[in-house]
Design a protein around this ligand. Structure first.
Ligand code: ADP
Length: 262
């Protein structure tokens, strides 16, 4: 019996290592495939969204009300597709080569202001009030990716807040950290589901039941970006009362001198 075990064990280990290697390669292939497909889909879709916008411009000629309505539906669908593809692309990039940050000195309050301006039309269309309470808050980080964080949190707040609700975005300096919070008066998240939120493709039962559009990728991307900046993200929520997502990032001045931007 013992002899058999001694002979078999190294073989088993080799098999397991080979299988592990094969799975790693497959995983890498999957990430590359997602990245390539997303990239190839994004270029024509960006152009579709751009030309749809041009059709609404006055010099493109008059549109009947019905044509304008149809174009609006096409545009919203194309934008949804574009946002899903961008999320998939970003996720695949993170999986394959980790998160590469292009760091510079960024003011989180300025990013929040820009994102609120971009989100205002969709909030206004559902009579959701948006408020910003921000002080200048400097972080040595990736401007585009931090914008992605605020945009994701804000678009969730808008999506999951019923008409007539409110959203408050806050940016504040807390000693050596910068706080960004997005509070909404929306549908809230049951305590039991809160710890799952940051997993890839996770959507709460309520979101699925209400058929709120989404992929379940946004918060996992938020977490990956915040982690790469050495920060943390937390959620506090009560069903039917609303949710608050808080992001804490190291303030620029708290970094070691050699890592700090001036
Ligand atoms: P998506 O919004 O595309 O579904 P996310 O990863 O951004 O994906 O969010 C995951 C899930 O977390 C959502 O489907 C929803 O169930 C829940 N969620 C996120 N933000 C909120 C919010 N502000 N209020 C209520 N539920 C939320």
């Amino acid at each position: 019996m013992n002899t058999v075990t001694l002979v078999e064990e190294p073989d088993l280990r080799t098999d397991l290592l080979a299988e592990n290697e094969r799975l790693l390669q497959l995983d890498q292939l999957k990430d590359e495939l997602i990245a390539t497909v997303s990239h190839e889909l994004r270029t024509p879709l960006t152009s579709i969204v751009g030309y749809l916008e041009l059709l609404h411009a006055p010099d493109a000629g008059p549109l009947t009300d019905q044509q304008a309505q149809f174009l609006g539906v096409i545009r919203r669908s194309a934008e949804r597709l574009l946002s899903l593809i961008s999320d998939l692309l970003l996720m695949a990039q993170v999986e394959s080569d980790g998160m590469r940050l292009e760091r510079e000195n960024v003011d989180v309050a300025a990013i929040a202001r820009e994102c609120i301006t971009a989100a205002r039309p969709s909030a206004a269309s559902r009579s959701i009030a948006m408020e910003l309470a921000a002080e200048p808050a400097s972080v040595f980080g990736d401007r585009r990716l931090l914008g992605e964080v605020v945009e994701n949190l804000l678009s969730n707040a808008v999506k999951f807040t019923p008409a007539g609700g409110s959203i408050v975005v806050r940016v504040a300096c807390l000693n050596d950290r910068v706080l960004l919070s997005v509070r909404d008066s929306g549908i809230g998240i049951p305590a039991i589901e809160q710890k799952e939120l940051f997993a890839r493709f996770y959507r709460t039962r309520d979101a699925a039941r209400r058929a709120v559009p989404g992929s379940g990728l946004g918060l996992s991307i938020v977490k990956a970006i915040v982690d790469a900046h050495g920060g943390e993200v937390m959620v506090e929520s009560a069903v039917s009362e609303g949710s608050t997502f808080r992001v804490l990032l190291p303030a620029n001045q708290s970094l070691p001198a050699e890592e700090r931007s001036t």
